[in-house]
Design a protein around this ligand. Structure first.
Ligand code: ATP
Ligand code: MG
Ligand code: MG
Ligand code: MG
Length: 474
């Protein structure tokens, strides 16, 4: 069955609406009233307080297609982009939710019906995982749904492993969480990878498509797990991943939306090889950057604005690698609007603003990019070993505006690593100097206040602040 991304989104919303779910529009990428979260990273974020029992809606079943960004905080996929077939910084999460209404039985039955009857995936290609001690979910899959035992895998909570499955889902370090059951699709033996829980899981043969979370706890900052007032359900399926299956391709980057964006990126940069990894990176990044701007983020040196700046700079670096001459990134907004403007009218409305902000940011970074890259190239040929010294990483950051992840991205392409501890030390030094200088500036300013002829702006370093440091450590 071949379906466009737009028609899959529609089919999902319609299916759950037919099961008495309220269709709720996507919320902003900037979580309202939630200081614990950098960006909306899942469909459940706008319902967090409902799960916690602190907010009530006039419905107890909901369905949404939620825009998400995973480029910072607990769920950070920035480093995966360009390397896996399935990760984006920006993606859409299709989700159905039960607020104290249905639980495991129905949640599993709905997901199975949607996949095998509505969009008609072949059953034999689907694998499932359950939380290691969740016999109830295991038996529903085995006895009610009829999935053979060899395709049901029990998995525990896998702390810290970057790709490995983890069947205990949490929005962040605190907040609603619970055991989950996940559905995987086998893309076939021609692709490297093993089933979930195996040593080859990191490959992209078996791709996770849908996570069904049984929301049962609220985790507090001291680690305490409190039972939620009512057991609930939160699910999330990546639109791009299900679209890849339904469009008979393996990688998310081959679906309709991405083909259009990659073509636009090739045109804007002059790239010839449409399979170039940098084209995928650029196509990915135009989505996160544009949608972050739609939701009010502006490039800056701290907090969310610095994440946006980092992504733009990374895109500009990849564009440069593809041969772009001058600003090119902002030119991709038009292609994005034609792909997604209908589903997200706010994107179409703000096209001109997005283009302007991106162009400004590109022009600014373009001034130092080439020089910084030349220094980096030179260093790569000269240093001994395979680690870039922290001092150099800091110099690129401080003088040329290279976010650390950008330097790391270049380093990784050549099998180098960076000396993060050395960078941190140089950064700490810088902050200390800035602190001293600004203390001095304050006194100096005060002593000048009677002298109207002299203006002293004080020492203000472009990148010296704590928030940036925190984000760099994600
Ligand atoms: P993975 O293990 O592949 O990194 P995940 O377990 O981190 O995925 P969840 O937090 O369970 O993902 O999110 C629910 C669903 O959202 C996933 O099953 C997947 O379909 C989709 N998804 C998650 N992260 C991404 C991403 N970075 N890009 C595209 N889709 C994603
Ligand atoms: Mg992940
Ligand atoms: Mg996973
Ligand atoms: Mg998952």
């Amino acid at each position: 069955m071949t379906m466009t991304s737009a028609s899959i989104r529609r089919a999902f919303l319609d299916y759950f609406a037919s099961k008495q779910h309220q269709i709720v529009p996507s919320s902003s990428l900037i979580p309202g009233n939630d200081a614990t979260l950098l960006f909306t990273n899942a469909g459940m974020v706008q319902f967090k307080d409902v799960f916690l029992g602190q907010d009530q809606r006039n419905y107890n079943r909901a369905v949404s297609a939620q825009r998400c960004v995973r480029a910072g905080g607990k769920h950070n996929d920035l480093e995966n982009v360009g390397y896996t077939a399935r990760h984006h910084t920006f993606f859409e999460m299709l989700g159905n939710f039960s607020f104290g209404d249905y639980f495991k039985q129905e949640a599993i039955a709905y997901a199975w019906e949607f996949l095998t009857s509505v969009v008609k995936l072949p059953k034999e290609k689907l694998w499932v995982t359950v939380y290691e001690t969740d016999d109830e979910a295991y038996n529903i899959w085995l006895k009610d749904v009829g999935v053979p035992a060899e395709r049901i895998i029990r998995i525990g909570d896998n702390k810290g492993a970057p790709y490995a499955s983890d069947n205990f889902w949490a929005m962040g370090d605190t907040g609603p969480c619970g055991p989950c059951t996940e559905i995987f699709y086998d893309h076939g033996a021609h692709i490297w990878g093993g089933p979930p829980g195996s040593a080859e899981e990191d490959g992209d043969r078996y791709i996770e498509i849908w996570n069904i979370v049984f929301m049962q706890f609220n985790r507090h900052s001291d680690g305490r797990m409190e039972q939620l007032p009512k057991p609930s359900v939160d699910t999330g399926m990546g639109l791009e991943r299900i679209a890849a299956i339904l469009q008979n391709v393996h990688s998310n980057y081959e679906i309709d939306i991405f083909v259009a964006l990659i073509n636009a990126a090739a045109e804007a940069t002059g790239a010839q090889d449409l399979t170039d990894k940098s084209l995928r990176v650029v196509a990915d990044h135009i989505r996160s950057c544009s949608f972050l701007i739609v939701d009010g983020v502006q490039p800056s040196n701290e907090g969310r604005g610095y994440v946006l700046r980092r992504i733009v700079r990374r895109a500009v670096r990849h564009g440069n690698k593809l041969g772009a001459k001058g600003a090119f990134f902002y030119k991709l907004v038009a292609a994005l609007v034609s792909q997604m403007g209908e589903a997200y009218p706010e994107l179409a409305e703000k096209q001109a603003v997005i283009e302007k902000i991106l162009k400004l940011e590109e022009d600014q970074f373009g001034k130092t990019l080439e020089r910084g890259l030349a220094i980096l190239e030179e260093a790569l040929t000269e240093i001994e070993g395979t680690e870039l010294p922290g001092e150099l990483v800091f110099k690129l950051y401080d003088t040329y505006g290279f976010p650390v992840d950008l330097t790391n991205d270049v380093a990784r392409e050549r099998n180098y690593t960076i000396d993060q501890a050395g960078f941190d030390a140089a950064m700490a030094q810088q902050r200390k100097r800035a602190q001293q200088a600004s203390n001095f500036g304050a006194d100096y300013n005060a002593s000048l206040s009677s002298n109207q002829h002299t203006e002293f702006t004080g020492y203000q370093h472009e990148f010296g602040n704590a928030v940036v440091l925190e984000i760099l450590h994600d």
